[in-house]
Design a binder for this molecule. Structure first.
Ligand SMILES: Cc1cc2nc3c(=O)[nH]c(=O)nc-3n(C[C@H](O)[C@H](O)[C@H](O)COP(=O)(O)O)c2cc1C
Length: 204
């Protein structure tokens, strides 16, 4: 078993989860409902971790069913919808690995199924070590970095902080990213950005 895990760990680079924090859309499952939310997968060589703030569905699901799938996704719209709302059930695929039901996203270019071990509940968050069990690479799509895509991701993060604090400083940061999306983004990035405004119920 340890050998299998070491082998999978060596392969994780290929799946796209490398040193540092990889932004993924994490899918979890409990009470017959699959959930998706953007989450950072924190990797330092063989050590892979996640930090999940209290109050999210992901947090609650992991305490009930300690498995998660980290999906590598290039579609900015899925980041926006899964940050501020719920993905349509048609976005999930049901799969099984050694009797573990898990739900990768249909449009993932790759994904890794992880078991959460050593779950520690702290005051406002939980931390868990992630043990890779299985991975799949679904597409060889090559995509050059697009600044508009990263601006959508950054704006999602600022948007969640704005919702939490109500602080205008996060709106100002989002406004800066709007310029980059307008300059560098494609149709999908622009559409995604509009949606962030809608979720925040604001226009600038
Ligand atoms: C790019 C990105 C990365 C995020 N990373 C994390 C994270 O590592 N941990 C966390 O608790 N929340 C993170 N968030 C915030 C959650 O995705 C957000 O709170 C979400 O609404 C939780 O959804 P859920 O209730 O369906 O789990 C991130 C958001 C974005 C946009």
């Amino acid at each position: 078993m340890t050998q299998i895990k070491d082998m999978i760990l060596k392969e994780i680079d290929k799946v796209g989860i490398r040193d540092g924090i990889s932004e993924t859309i994490v899918t979890t499952f409990s009470s017959n409902i699959a959930n998706a939310a953007p989450m950072g997968i924190i990797r330092a060589d063989k050590n892979i971790k996640i930090r999940i703030f209290k109050g999210s569905d992901t947090y609650n699901n992991i305490l009930v069913n300690p498995f998660l799938t980290a999906n590598i996704i290039y579609d900015p719209l899925l980041y926006v919808v899964s940050t501020f709302s719920n993905l349509n059930p048609s976005e999930f695929r049901k799969k099984d690995y050694n009797n573990i039901a898990y739900y990768p996203l249909v449009s993932s270019v790759s994904f890794v199924l992880f078991e959460c071990r050593n779950i520690q509940e702290k005051i406002s968050l939980l931390t868990a070590d992630l043990i890779p069990l299985h991975y799949e690479i679904n597409s060889n799509m090559i995509k050059a970095p697009n600044r508009g895509f990263f601006s959508v991701i950054e704006s999602c993060i600022h948007g969640t902080r704005y919702q939490l604090t109500g602080s205008d400083k996060f709106l100002a940061l989002i406004k800066k990213h709007e310029n980059i999306v307008n300059k560098c983004g494609g149709t999908r990035e622009k559409e995604s950005f509009e949606l962030i405004y809608k979720y925040l119920e604001r226009t600038f």
